[in-house]
Design a protein around this ligand. Structure first.
Ligand code: SF4
Length: 345
C-alpha cells in the first residue's frame, strides 16, 4: 500500500488577470521506504507540491485532487489542527531557504531542542533534549556543537543553517520527509554528507523521502524513482533504472544529458545539451504540449495536449516519445484516464 497517494492534484491561484493553474493534474505515489526524486526546472511546480503535502498553503491557493492520501488519511479533508498535528508527528520538511526559516531572536540550540518530542519524566527533559540535540548536530556533520547551540541564526552560515534545519526535520524520525533542494547552499563534500544522512535514515528507519531538485544527475544515486515535471505538469514517471536507460520524454532526456561528460575530451567550444528558450510564464502557456515551442521533436500533432500514457509502469506524456522503436507501438500503450470525483480544500 502506498504511503502517499496523490491523484490529479491541481493548484490554482486567482490573479487580477484571471485564474492561473500553477500545478495541473499531477499524480504522485510514494511507497513506504521509497525515495522519490521530484525533478524539473524552476517554475515546474515541484516546490508548490512539496508545500501542499506539508500543509504549508496560502489562503489564495485553490487546491483540488481526486485523491490526496497519506497512510489512508485524506489530507485535504482534515481540519487545520488535525493536519498540523499529523504533519508535526509524521511528516517533516527541509526548506530551500534555511536562514529565513529559523527564528532570529532565539539561539539555534533552543530552537532545535523545542522541536524534539520527549515522552519521559519531566525532570529528565532538559538533559535528554540537550543530549539528543547534540547527537543530531553531529549526525548532520556539525562537529563544534557548543558554538552552534549558543549561536543565533544571524551568526551562522547558510550551509550550517541548512544542517540545523535537517537536524530539526529528522529529530522525531518522521515517516515522510520532504526535502526541497536540501543541499542548495552547500559545498560538494557537505552535500554528500547530507545525502548519506538521508539515505541512512531511509535504510535504517524506513523513512520515505521526496527529494525535490532541479538536477536529476546529482540525486540519481540516492533515489528509487523519478517524477519529472515541466511547467506544472507531469511529463514522465518511472523507476530510476528505467528512466535513466530509456527516457521516453524529450525533456527528461535533456535533463539527464545537461551535464557534460568530463570523463571524455570535449570538443573545443562545444555546446551544452540544453533546450532553446526558457520555461513559459503560466499566464502565457502554449496550446497543446507545453514543451512544444522548445522541443526539437515537435510536430503538427503537438498542438493537442498529449495524454499521460502508461507502458509497463512507465508513464509519459508525449505524442512522439523518443527511444520507442516504432511509433505503432504507441497504439498498444494504455492511456491513463483523468478525473472522477474531486476533493477540494
Ligand atoms: S508532445 Fe510533441 S512537443 Fe511535446 S514533448 Fe512530445 S514531441 Fe515534443
Amino acid at each position: 500500500m502506498a504511503l502517499l497517494d496523490i491523484r490529479h492534484l491541481s493548484i490554482e491561484i486567482d490573479t487580477p488577470r484571471g485564474r492561473i493553474k500553477m500545478v495541473d493534474n499531477i499524480n504522485l505515489t510514494l511507497d513506504s521506504g521509497e525515495i522519490l526524486g521530484l525533478v524539473g526546472e524552476s517554475g515546474s511546480g515541484k516546490s508548490l507540491i512539496a508545500k501542499v503535502i506539508c500543509g504549508l498553503v496560502k489562503d489564495e491557493w485553490i487546491i483540488s485532487a481526486d485523491r490526496f492520501r497519506f497512510n489512508e488519511i485524506e489530507l485535504l479533508k482534515l481540519t487545520p489542527n488535525q493536519r498540523r498535528k499529523l504533519v508535526g508527528d509524521e511528516i517533516s520538511m527541509i526548506y530551500q531557504d534555511p536562514l529565513s526559516s529559523l527564528d532570529p531572536s532565539q539561539t539555534v540550540g533552543k530552537q532545535l531542542m523545542e522541536t524534539i518530542h520527549f515522552k519521559g519524566k519531566w525532570w529528565q527533559i532538559f538533559g535528554w533534549k540537550k543530549k539528543r540535540a547534540i547527537e543530531l548536530l553531529h549526525r548532520v556533520g556539525i562537529k563544534d556543537h557548543k558554538d552552534i547551540m549558543q549561536s543565533y541564526p544571524t551568526d551562522i552560515t547558510e550551509g550550517e543553517a541548512q544542517k540545523v534545519m535537517i537536524a530539526m526535520a529528522v529529530a522525531n524520525q518522521p515517516r515522510l520527509l520532504v526535502a526541497d533542494e536540501p543541499t542548495n547552499a552547500m559545498e560538494s563534500t557537505t552535500q554528500l554528507q547530507v545525502y548519506r544522512l538521508l539515505s541512512s535514515m531511509n535504510k535504517n528507519l524506513g523513512t520515505s523521502i521526496i527529494l525535490v531538485s532541479n538536477d536529476m544527475m546529482s540525486i540519481h544515486k540516492w533515489v528509487d524513482s523519478f517524477n519529472v515535471l515541466y511547467c506544472g505538469q507531469t511529463v514522465e514517471i518511472a523507476d530510476k533504472e528505467t528512466i535513466m536507460e530509456t527516457p521516453y520524454h524529450p525533456y527528461t532526456s535533456v535533463l539527464l544529458n545537461s551535464v557534460p561528460d568530463f570523463s571524455k575530451p570535449l570538443p573545443f567550444k562545444s555546446r551544452l545539451n540544453t533546450l532553446k528558450g526558457s520555461v513559459p510564464m503560466l499566464q502565457h502557456l502554449p496550446i497543446g504540449c507545453r514543451l512544444g515551442p522548445r522541443c526539437p521533436f515537435a510536430q503538427k500533432k503537438c498542438v493537442t495536449k498529449p495524454p499521460l500514457r502508461r507502458f509497463k509502469q512507465h508513464e509519459f506524456a508525449c505524442h512522439f516519445p523518443i527511444n520507442f522503436r516504432e511509433q505503432n507501438f504507441l497504439k498498444k500503450v494504455e492511456v491513463i484516464p483523468v478525473v472522477v470525483e474531486t476533493v477540494a480544500e
